[in-house]
Design a protein around this ligand. Structure first.
Ligand SMILES: Nc1nc2c(ncn2[C@@H]2O[C@H](COP(=O)(O)OP(=O)(O)OP(=O)(O)O)[C@@H](O)[C@H]2O)c(=O)[nH]1
Ligand SMILES: [Mg+2]
Length: 254
């Protein structure tokens, strides 16, 4: 089922992470200005009086070798970004928790994003990897690098191999290495044209992360907004297996 994406900021409060109100939630994922690291079975500990639901999503990061998939997973999790390119030899998963506040009723949700990062060369070599990345996936981030034109031209192949026109997967495009503008090989005009043809939003990332959220918040919020919207549409349409119904009642504090 194709759904129109919600206008940015219509579902969640986009600047909420800057407000005082968000502090007691963000303090669960940040410790001494450093993001906490969460293992597969770990979750932020929330006091029971903060009634918060956790919704879980699987996010696949797709893109040519060297575009910066592993770096983006680290960036979103607030971990150190590898300065060298080491090919990822299989699938690596990273868990990112992100709180958002719903505009409609002021409820806070914790998103638990499980990022699936698979080295592109491994993906090509081993046939079973792509199907497991695609299985029950909720969102796909299609990456290209601003310094690698071939990675931009590869986007249509990436989209074609991972989704069907009629599926309900949330799709975002991320242009990496935006900080290396001196070496840019993809222009703003290219990006604009791509957006017009594909109707997908394009985010730009690059440079150092200094433990701040300002850089990753727009992407995490956009992802949150679309995922939540997609779930609400699925529930309204009576589709089974959505992560909202599965998680109703919440996992908070457990
Ligand atoms: N300057 C800059 N360098 C980046 C950025 N993102 C990634 N890199 C660098 O690009 C190189 C490759 O990044 P990786 O994340 O390892 O690439 P990958 O997409 O995971 O590649 P495979 O695992 O082989 O598929 C590394 O040296 C990163 O430090 C960015 O936004 N800016
Ligand atoms: Mg990698």
């Amino acid at each position: 089922m194709m759904t129109e994406p919600p206008p940015p900021g219509s579902i969640i409060l986009t600047d909420w992470h800057r407000s005082v109100d968000s502090k007691e939630f963000l303090s669960r994922i940040i410790n001494k200005k450093q993001r906490r690291r969460f293992g597969l079975l770990e979750a932020p500990v929330l006091p029971p009086q903060l009634s918060v639901d956790t919704v879980r999503y699987k996010v696949f990061i797709s893109g040519k070798s060297g575009v910066g998939k592993t770096a983006l997973a680290a960036r979103l999790a607030g971990l150190d970004i590898p300065s060298m390119h080491y090919e990822t030899t299989g699938i690596e998963t990273t868990v990112v928790f992100w709180p958002v506040k719903l505009r409609e009723n002021g409820r806070v949700l914790f998103l638990r994003l499980q990022l699936w990062d698979c080295g592109e060369n491994a993906l090509r070599r081993f046939d079973h990897l792509l199907p497991s990345c695609k299985e029950q996936v909720d969102a796909i981030l299609f990456l290209f690098s601003f310094t690698d034109r071939a990675s931009f031209e590869d986007l249509s192949n990436q989209i074609a191999r991972s989704c069907e026109p009629s599926d309900n997967i949330v799709k975002l495009v991320v242009g990496t290495k935006f900080d290396l503008f001196m070496h840019a090989d993809v222009t703003e005009r290219d990006v604009k044209q791509f957006q017009e043809v594909w109707g997908l939003p394009v985010f730009r990332v690059g440079g150092d992360v200094f433990g701040g959220l300002g850089e990753v918040a727009p992407l995490l919020n956009a992802l949150a907004e679309r995922l939540w919207h997609q779930d609400c549409v699925a529930v309204a349409g009576g589709q089974p297996g959505s992560s909202v119904s599965a998680e109703a009642g919440g996992q908070a504090g457990s």
